[in-house]
Design a protein around this ligand. Sequence first.
Ligand code: ATP
Ligand code: CA
Ligand code: CA
Length: 391
Amino acid sequence: PKRQGHSIRKGHKNYELMLNLQLGIRHSVGRPAPATSLELKPSAFDTNEKLWTKFPTKGSKHTPPHQSCDFKWKDYCPLVFRTLRKLFKVDPADYMLSICGNDALRELSSPGKSGSFFYLTNDDKYMIKTMKKAEVKVLKRMLPAYYSHVQAFENTLLTSFFGLHCVKLTGHAQRKVRFVIMGNLLCTEVPIHRRFDLKGSSHGRITDKPESEIEATTTLKDLDLNFIFRLQNLWFQEFCRQVERDCDFLEHERIMDYSLLVGLHFRGNSTKAANQGSNSVGTSPRTTSDMGLLFHPSGETIKLGLNMSARVEQTVRSFETQLVGEPTGERYNVILFFGMIDILQDYDISKKLEHTYKSFQYDSTSISAVDPKQYSKRFRDFMFKIFLDDN
Ligand code: ATP
Ligand code: CA
Ligand code: CA
């Protein structure tokens, strides 16, 4: 399958930044640390300490000599993230290898509108996103609550965060670049044929690509959605419960603008479904044999979002702004992958302004920027319309 993004090699404008990130990660993760307990002291969440590690090119007592420019490195709440990695069952050596191994990271061509850059590790396991200062502030603020939430709910759909870092370039360019390292939700054994970024809002929620350019790596949006998802009963119930809990959490943290990212793998011969409906695709579909890697809802673990066997039903919209189309009865076996992403946008002044401004022109509940309570209500209502009990 075609790989997403472009490798960052020598000569790439972000090559040195990548080296800095890798040096920093190796330093932070590779450092011997005391055994971590899942019970963290409040001081672990303290973000006031101004601890920068200097990485001079020629090396220092604590840092190796390197090929990049001089820079400084900051690791936010290292103990909390170390413990989160443990909770998410990430092995430190594997983590370091994924990010710092010889194979370069790949840069994705601007998947979002916010101006953040995205990098994928070569093994596809981790996604690195550059962040605005305001987003770092939000993550620092919500970290204690996030930590208890993911600890309490194994099936949470919230993005898993593994590290928060800052690189300060010290030369003439006094630039700061902030990164968050998160799990790639769509790192899968089977190919993803379709992906949707869903919010439950209609304004601007359609892909800007012409139909002929839509492919498996294109992120489609609410108005492109031509399916409803049918989950087996136990999974459906757990899904509903978890969406409620995660939305309550985000609402309480005054977060908005998040999405449910859904990846679809069509099983067996049903790949043709990916190419039907509102977005027909010119390229011939890949065929995949059924892979026997499914959890069964009757078993002990109900792990949401991870290769969940489900069915999708084709829908057709009767008018352009309708969010949920009419079911056609045509159903396909799929493996579903999903989770909630982009959870660091605070309901701040700028969003309030955007809301006021947009309300003049549009129906105010259809646009993306509403307050966190309205946002979460609209989000859940939508999810409970497109996810159904399969009986
Ligand atoms: P905007 O604020 O304009 O939506 P953004 O820069 O904040 O953009 P995100 O919404 O976080 O970007 O992500 C953009 C796209 O990148 C998503 O639609 C999704 O396709 C992909 N993506 C983001 N986070 C993940 C993740 N954890 N796993 C897999 N894919 C992701
Ligand atoms: Ca987004
Ligand atoms: Ca965003």
